[in-house]
Design a binder for this molecule. Structure first.
Ligand SMILES: [Mg+2]
Length: 352
């Protein structure tokens, strides 16, 4: 398959997937078009309506939003971003790290690709968080987001705050969130975020340290990338737990029909080696769709009946099913030897 065709197919695929979002962002244009009788439901009018891809609309919104702090958030202290945290103040605090603790990335990628790239650590998380709230704990998330640096109103900051909003929505909880953005006294294992919480965000109530706790995955165990969470809790005098101790083992990704496992892995691998962000997200999406598919996939055409699978992906599926190989994957994997690209480097810092 030639690259041009593949790319075009992905663009169209993404338009199809994301039309709901992009049109929601542009209701006046749609209704105007309808009034003028231009939105006649033909392919031509559909194409016109979907002129802007989801990525382009996102880009427009981001550009407009840059320089401001999103609704529900504010800048506290010189380098802390915090949400409103309207829930009740309390003496008992159940505090959590975010990445690797409450959420993981969707496709087992090490770093979140964008604000939508998260899945809840396991099914116990929402239940336990709700139970803690009922027991009178105030839920708090304290997260290092060093990729933001001093650009607290910049693009990365917006992405991070949006991702947190989506996580809270998914968990269906209210929770105070404080994000440290720079390498300073607020960055774990330093304790500035905690001091800020107690001094400024808890209605003057002191925190009962013995009956509060902090949960984080950076605990200095074999395979942990750091021990910053554990050190943070120790410096404060907070009892510390790992996510495993709090919630049990992380939810494994389940491929609903094991015969689709190879295809899932191929698209996951493609999403890891693809340089183009647009195609990468399309590959991630296909990987997720195939994971959830109960039937065994035996052709690209069959896969295309599922939302999110475009012509390009269908071609890859057919190629693999008939030859056992995916040429584009082999090419990308070879190119990947050259090292991480700029976006990936940014991604490396996104999860902190
Ligand atoms: Mg973490």
């Amino acid at each position: 398959m030639d690259d041009h065709v593949l790319h075009r197919a992905f663009i169209q695929g993404s338009r199809d997937e994301d039309r709901g979002d992009s049109t929601r962002d542009m209701p006046p244009k749609r209704s105007q078009a309808k009034q003028k009788g231009k939105d006649d439901g033909t392919d031509a009018s559909k194409k016109k309506r979907a002129k802007k891809t989801k990525a382009e609309v996102d880009q427009d919104n981001e550009t407009k939003a840059e320089g401001t702090i999103p609704q529900g958030w504010r800048l506290a202290e010189p380098t802390l971003l915090e949400n409103e945290g309207k829930e009740e103040h309390a003496h008992k605090v159940a505090a959590f790290d975010l990445d690797g603790t409450l959420v993981l990335t969707k496709t087992k990628l090490t770093f979140p690709r964008d604000e939508h790239d998260f899945r809840v650590y396991n099914e116990e998380v929402p239940k336990k968080l709700k139970a803690l709230q009922e027991q009178g704990y105030r839920l708090v998330i304290l997260s290092n987001q060093g990729a933001i640096k001093s650009a607290v109103t910049g693009k990365m900051a917006h992405k991070v705050m949006k991702r947190v909003d989506l996580v809270l929505e998914d968990l269906d909880i209210t929770c105070k969130v404080i994000l440290s953005t720079s390498k300073d006294i607020y960055r774990k294992p330093e304790t500035g975020m905690w001091t800020h919480l107690v001094d400024n965000c808890n209605g003057g109530l002191n925190v009962d340290l013995q009956n509060s706790f902090y949960v984080g995955d950076a605990a200095g165990r074999d395979g942990d990338f750091a021990n910053t969470d554990k050190e943070f809790a120790e410096k404060i005098g907070l009892p510390f737990k790992t996510p495993e101790e709090m919630f049990g083992p992380a939810q494994e990704i389940i491929v609903k029909n094991p015969s689709n496992m190879e295809l899932v892995q191929i698209f996951k691998h493609l999403s890891e080696v693809e340089k183009d962000g647009f195609k990468r997200r399309a590959f991630e999406k296909v990987s997720g769709v195939l994971m959830d598919c109960k039937e065994a996939i035996t052709s690209g055409k069959q896969a295309m009946a599922m939302p999110g699978v475009g012509k390009g992906s269908a071609g890859i599926i057919d190629e693999f099913l008939s030859t056992g190989r995916v040429e584009v994957l082999e090419q990308l994997a070879a190119e990947k030897q050259a090292g991480p690209n700029k976006e990936e480097k940014a991604g490396l810092q996104f999860l902190d």
